[in-house]
Design a protein around this ligand. Structure first.
Ligand code: NAG
Ligand code: NAG
Ligand code: NAG
Ligand code: NAG
Ligand code: NAG
Ligand code: NAG
Ligand code: NAG
Length: 299
């Protein structure tokens, strides 16, 4: 091997070991989804750094004590891959599993390509507007295909669209770039029926005093998606204004939001909305400010 080639090889391998490639991240999320389907938590533990942090709904656990030990029949999975933050987010919908779940999982990797953090929001019956059948159905109506290369937004534009959504909660002057059509899917309830061809994302009666805390981002320019983990204050009435674990995934096209998928867990089943609400009216457990639009459906 010529010296110049050898030098080139060293330079390449030095940068390759530090780089976080899309292929690497795609391989990792494939392994994660396969491990969840098989209930093989040890397959994920094997990819993790010795001091990995693993949480479910922000409660620390051992990987081998969590939901990854359960074999789950997965009806749908979608992952996004962020080569800059070396992070991924995966959405899992299990509607035909005996125990229905919708799971959101954010994974971070260190410079040794080991998992340093896994935070899952694991939702099931009793969580925010939970309906895995509805989640699966509404998701199937949407298009999340890769954005053609010449139409891709920058990661800044994609992230700004998601940030605007949350900034609006504390400032009525923020304009959120909702596209047409736009719909929001929460737990399994979609705003789409409010206007199948238009914007059903715009919220009526929104507060302007709510500070959404601790935002954590995964951005994928290829899919035009940002997922934001955050603390949502007041989501669970039994917890006062304590920020609750929440994931919002935004599909952005030409700078405009087309779809929002949320995964939000309650501490108490029903998030403190009384059990006097009949189960058929589960959708009423929506945040009070998100209810006005949905109530137009007559639920
Ligand atoms: C995850 O989704 C991909 C793409 O739709 C699919 O090919 C794969 O089989 C799914 N994995 C599991 C475990 O369901
Ligand atoms: C885990 O270990 C690595 C390498 O020793 C260190 O850099 C990192 O700060 C540790 N992380 C935590 C959360 O303790
Ligand atoms: C990886 O290394 C780069 C360059 O040394 C550093 O800036 C970055 O913070 C490191 N990332 C992690 C996750 O430790
Ligand atoms: C869940 O969603 C499905 C599909 O949209 C719907 O038929 C069903 O009525 C929903 N269940 C509840 C309890 O809202
Ligand atoms: C929003 O705009 C109005 C009119 O310009 C202004 O009075 C108000 O202070 C602004 N609110 C915030 C939170 O910036
Ligand atoms: C639905 O959205 C379309 C397109 O934006 C709009 O023209 C129409 O007025 C909307 N319909 C309702 C009932 O809001
Ligand atoms: C739930 O019911 C209890 C007892 O009737 C009442 O004190 C509480 O305010 C109710 N909470 C909500 C969120 O409606």
């Amino acid at each position: 091997m010529a010296t110049s080639t050898l030098l080139g090889w060293f330079l390449f391998s030095a940068s390759a070991s530090a780089a976080c490639t899309r292929d690497f991240l795609v391989g990792a999320t494939n392994k994660y989804v396969a491990a969840q389907a098989a209930g093989s938590s040890s397959d994920i533990a094997a990819l993790a750094a010795p001091n990995v942090t693993y949480t479910e709904n922000e409660i620390p656990k051992a990987i081998n004590e969590g939901v990854l030990t359960e074999a789950i029949k997965i009806d749908h999975n979608r992952s996004i891959h962020d080569t800059v933050n070396c992070a991924t987010f995966t959405e899992i919908i299990a509607a035909s599993n005996p125990h229905q779940y919708v799971i959101g999982t954010r994974i971070l990797f260190n410079n040794d390509s080991k998992i340093s953090l896994i935070e899952s929001i694991v939702t099931d019956a009793g969580d925010w507007a939970f309906n895995a059948t509805g989640y699966l159905y509404w998701n199937s109506q949407e298009n999340w295909d890769p954005i053609p290369e010449d139409k891709r937004d920058s990661r800044e534009v994609i992230q700004a669209a998601g940030d605007a959504y949350f900034d609006r909660f504390k400032n009525e002057n923020v304009t959120v770039p909702f596209g047409v059509p736009c719909s929001r899917l929460e737990g399994g309830a979609s705003t789409a029926p409010l206007n199948m061809t238009g914007d059903s994302c715009t919220l009526a009666g929104l507060p302007s005093t709510l500070v959404v805390t601790n935002r954590r981002y995964v951005v994928d320019e290829v899919l035009g998606v940002v997922d934001i983990y955050l603390g949502f204050p007041g989501l669970d009435r039994t917890q006062g204004q304590k920020p609750m674990p929440d994931s919002h995934m935004f599909r952005v096209e030409s700078g405009k939001i087309r779809y929002i998928h949320t995964v939000s867990s309650c501490v108490e089943a029903g998030c403190g909305f009384n059990s006097t609400i009949p189960p058929t009216s589960r959708i009423r457990r929506l945040r009070s400010f998100e209810r006005p639009r949905l109530s137009m459906r007559g639920y």
